[in-house]
Design a protein around this ligand. Structure first.
Ligand code: C2O
Ligand code: CU
Length: 507
């Protein structure tokens, strides 16, 4: 984020709301043009009591993904993705949500340890905010890292239409990895009806099988196309035809080039807001050094050629800008770059250079996978007993839209009921053909093992991709945040098909 793009100011709450009004872009606080591909950034004004306040207005807008590809989107403050919110760890954040859609909505603060009543799950933690209504979210911004926020009302439709945005919490103790410049990149998939449908992501490529899984899905996408893949994977008949892939709300050629300078160390915050697709991101000519998983730092960076990112996952990576020229940052999944998921990275003074063409697929690339990383244990410690649970993920047979946990669909699924302080272990086994990025609200967890392999230093995450075809993951967390928390697959089709359970943490 270019510091110059952010204007800071302190106003009292009333003055603030008056000045902002509820009209126009609905943008309050301070919105500047960020360094991130023109992503709007809000560094909220500080109110008297040390509260940072922001107004977010949801409403329908016409949004141009690329020339000739305009859609009727739902947006926060008129832009897709919504404005990046940036605050310091521990600061109090007050977000006034004004719903100018003609239907209800809520906001979920993904990856944040918010109080249960601020979690944004309609029917569980709050009533949906009706059309024309207002709701005030207030919480302390923690933990530090690359987080995001999105609608949690009819996610399949509302997230697909654009109600997603980055939320960056800067650590108070200083950044564990030095960088000179940063860009936030929100990846998304769109069904616009303007092009051929892309193959769905099936087995997943993020977990312990790493390159094997990637090869399988790459081959399937490339050689068989969507029809066959759908039959084999048991893909749903009702899957929207995703045909456009965006970076910060734009598909190439509309993506805005990223500028770097020779010698810089550039941090990329990659957020996958897609409903269905895993993206395998690569910067040609460079390695990516993975430093954070879902916002949480690793012991040391892991250099790879490309990083698979399942829906709702985030990775922070560092790039050493040491090869002057022009390069593509793009997704290697078959067809994704052609569908818009690429952005030019140019070194200052080398703008005229022509980048080499992108190559689909991951043949010969060293891919990130969970077992490569060593997490730092940043989670609260448990004080109570160990409680173990096992969840079998199934569904999607013969194109069905039913998705189950231990054979049941939400709300009939059995909750994980524990007490505050207890150490909770959950083994997730995937009996279906498709990968499930499972996300826990309200607290992050440690990934203890993947596909039978123990992780010596567990990764800290809040979403974990459980690969298809018998993929298995074991997670553990100290139940420190009381309340009823959603634990669900982050593919909204699967979620709406029933793959949700509640983690109930009693005082
Ligand atoms: Cu980002 Cu319930 O999810
Ligand atoms: Cu799923």
């Amino acid at each position: 984020m270019d510091g110059a793009a952010l204007i800071r100011g302190a106003v009292g709450r009333r003055a603030f709301i008056q000045r902002a009004g509820w009209v126009g872009l609905g943008a309050v606080g301070v919105i500047g043009r960020g360094g991130s591909l023109g992503l709007g950034a809000i560094r909220p004004a500080a109110a008297a009591a040390g509260v940072r306040e922001i107004l977010l207005e949801t409403r329908q807008v016409k949004w141009e993904l690329a020339p000739g590809r305009s859609i009727t989107a739902m947006a926060y403050n008129g832009r897709v993705p919504g404005p990046e919110i940036r605050v310091k760890e521990g600061e109090r954040l007050r977000v006034v949500l004004k719903n100018s859609l003609d239907e209800p909505t809520t906001i979920h603060w993904h990856g944040m340890d918010v109080p249960n009543s601020m979690d944004g799950v309609p029917g569980i933690t709050q009533e949906p905010v009706p059309a024309g209504g207002t709701f005030i979210y207030e919480f302390e911004a923690r933990p530090a890292g690359t987080r995001w926020y999105h609608t949690h009302f009819q996610e399949h439709r509302q997230m697909d239409l654009g109600l997603v945005a980055p939320l960056i919490i800067e650590p108070v103790g200083g950044e564990p990895f030095r960088f000179d410049r940063e860009h936030t990149l929100v990846l998304d998939d769109w069904a616009t009806g303007t092009g051929p449908a892309l193959p769905a992501t099936r087995e997943g490529v993020a977990g312990g099988r790493g390159e094997m899984g990637g090869m399988m899905s790459g081959m399937r996408g490339g050689m068989m196309g969507r029809g066959m893949g759908g039959m084999m994977g048991g893909g749903s008949q009702n899957m929207p035809a995703y045909d456009t892939m965006t970076i910060n709300g734009k598909a190439y050629p509309a993506t805005e080039p990223l500028r770097v300078r020779k010698g810089e160390r550039v941090r990329l915050r990659l957020i996958n807001a897609s409903a269905d697709h895993t993206h395998v991101m690569r910067l040609s000519g460079h390695q990516l050094r993975v430093t954070h998983t879902d916002g949480n730092p690793l012991v040391e960076g892991v250099a790879v050629d490309a990083v698979p990112i399942a829906p709702s996952e985030r990775y922070d990576v560092l790039v050493n800008a040491d090869r002057p020229g022009a390069w593509w940052l793009y997704c290697t999944q078959p067809g994704h770059a052609a569908a818009g998921e690429k952005v030019l990275v140019t070194y200052d003074g080398r703008e005229a250079r022509k980048p080499e063409a992108v190559t689909d697929g991951i043949a010969g690339l060293h891919l990130w996978h969970y077992a490569l990383g060593q997490g730092r244990n940043v989670l609260p410690a448990a004080s109570g007993i160990v409680r173990s649970f096992s969840q079998t993920l199934s569904g999607g047979m013969m194109g069905s839209d039913a998705w189950t946990i231990n054979g049941k669909q939400y709300p009939s699924t059995d909750p994980i009921a524990v007490k505050r302080g207890e150490r909770v272990r959950v083994r997730l086994g995937n009996m279906s053909m498709e990968a499930h990025p499972m996300h826990l609200h309200g607290q992050s967890f440690a990934v203890l093992g993947v596909n039978g392999q123990r992780l010596a230093r567990p990764l800290i995450k809040d979403s974990v991709d459980v690969e298809g075809h018998m993929g298995a993951v074991e997670i553990e967390f100290a139940a420190h945040n009381t309340g009823d928390w959603f634990f669900h697959c982050h593919k909204p089709m699967h979620m709406e098909g029933g793959m949700i359970t509640l983690v109930k943490i009693a005082e």
